[in-house]
Ligand binder design. Structure first.
Ligand SMILES: [Zn+2]
Length: 192
C-alpha cells in the first residue's frame, strides 16, 4: 500500500517539475537579466520589460508541450512499467493541460498576456507624450502597481507577476514559491 502511494507521488511530482522546467530555468539565466535591476526592485517600464512580459507568456504556454513528456512516459509506464508511477504522471500532466486550456475560457488565464503588454506599452507612450503625469514622468512597476516615481501617480493598477528574474529569497525558497504560485502575484490589486 505504502509503496503504491510513494510511487504515485513520485510520478506526480516528477510530472509537475518537468512541465515547469522552461518557466523555472530559461528566464532566470544571468545573461537574460542584465538589463533589469535585481529582484525585488521596481522595473522601469520600457521595451525590455514589455518584451519580457511576452517571453514569460511563451514560457507559460510551452509548459503544455513539456507536459506531453510525462503524459507519454506515464502512458508507457502504465502499460509496461509501474502502474502507480504512470498514473501519477498521467494525472498531473493531464490536469495541467486541462486546467490551462479551460483557464483561458473561464478567464482565469496566465498573468502574462498580450493585453498586459499592450497596457504597459500605453503607459510607456503616455509617459513620453504631452499628456504625461508630470514633466519628469518615470513609470516604475512596483510590487502592487505601476507608479511614477517623480509625482507618485498610480499609472496602472496591476500587481507585478514573476518576471523571470532570479529571486531575492534565495534559490530554494524562490523555487518553492514559484512552484506553488506559478508566478502569479501574491498581492491582490489595491482596488480589490
Ligand atoms: Zn509623474
Amino acid at each position: 500500500m505504502w509503496s503504491t502511494v510513494l510511487e504515485f507521488s513520485f510520478g506526480a511530482i516528477l510530472a509537475y517539475l518537468i512541465a515547469r522546467v522552461p518557466f523555472l530555468t530559461f528566464p532566470r539565466m544571468r545573461s537574460w537579466n542584465e538589463q533589469f535591476p535585481p529582484h525585488p526592485e521596481a522595473l522601469y517600464v520600457d521595451s525590455h520589460l514589455i518584451q519580457r512580459v511576452m517571453h514569460m507568456r511563451i514560457f507559460y504556454w510551452i509548459a503544455l508541450v513539456f507536459a506531453l513528456i510525462p503524459l507519454s512516459f506515464g502512458w508507457f509506464s502504465l502499460q509496461y512499467g509501474s502502474a502507480p508511477i504512470g498514473f501519477g504522471m498521467w494525472t498531473v500532466s493531464g490536469w495541467l493541460i486541462l486546467s490551462r486550456v479551460t483557464g483561458v475560457i473561464s478567464g482565469d488565464g496566465p498573468s502574462w498576456t498580450k493585453q498586459l503588454a499592450m497596457r504597459l506599452q500605453l503607459v510607456k507612450n503616455n509617459s513620453e507624450s504631452e499628456e504625461s503625469c508630470c514633466n519628469l514622468s518615470n513609470p516604475m512597476w512596483e510590487v502592487i502597481a505601476v507608479r511614477c516615481t517623480t509625482c507618485g501617480k498610480n499609472l496602472l493598477n496591476i500587481p507585478r507577476p514573476d518576471l523571470g528574474r532570479p529571486r531575492s529569497d534565495g534559490w530554494i525558497m524562490g523555487f518553492v514559491r514559484l512552484l506553488l504560485t506559478d508566478g502569479k502575484p501574491i498581492i491582490a490589486s489595491e482596488e480589490e
